[in-house]
Design a protein around this ligand. Sequence first.
Ligand SMILES: CC(C)(COP(=O)(O)OP(=O)(O)OC[C@H]1O[C@@H](n2cnc3c(N)ncnc32)[C@H](O)[C@@H]1OP(=O)(O)O)[C@@H](O)C(=O)NCCC(=O)NCCS
Length: 164
Amino acid sequence: MKKHLFTSERIIFCELRTEDYIDILNLRKNTHVRKYLWWPVDEWSFDLQFREMLDTQELEIYFILRNKQDQKFIWILCVTKYHWSEDYELSYEINPDFWWKGYASEWCKKVLEYAFWSLWLAEIYAETQEKNIASIRLLEKLGFTKKDRLIRFDEWQGVYFLEK
Ligand SMILES: CC(C)(COP(=O)(O)OP(=O)(O)OC[C@H]1O[C@@H](n2cnc3c(N)ncnc32)[C@H](O)[C@@H]1OP(=O)(O)O)[C@@H](O)C(=O)NCCC(=O)NCCS
């Protein structure tokens, strides 16, 4: 059974469960959230994505963040295999109602601590479109440095890296 991993003052960090299907589908359909993300969100392809998300490999983990008070779904944040390599990457999608409040910085820090001290990762990658200023600012604030740039999904992407 999936469990609560930890809590902060206002937020519960949980592992992904089948019951999260609709909340994540709705988040992924949101045009603001999708602006710099490449994957399609029709119901059929989402079904497949969601099954893959439940079937995590090795140290992969999806954190679902909910408001402690009303259990409202806020965010999905994950540590997953970095494009089928041996490395892991951090990624994040927040409900726009919660943008610009410093939450991403606060919660990503907690997940990075978990990745370094509970999953024992020595380093973690992040890849983001060079147009995605919010994501780049967030990564810089978390201490990531730009290591490379490449074209993926027809867009320039920055490759960022953080050591434990
Ligand atoms: C990227 C994302 C998680 C940032 O969330 P957030 O909660 O607004 O981030 P924070 O409030 O912690 O802000 C982090 C920093 O980025 C800055 N920032 C946030 N949004 C910004 C924007 N649109 N333009 C410029 N700077 C921005 C903040 O000012 C802050 O920097 P500062 O402390 O120096 O002022 C959110 O915009 C999101 O979910 N986007 C859609 C999904 C996505 O693109 N994910 C990335 C996939 S690689």
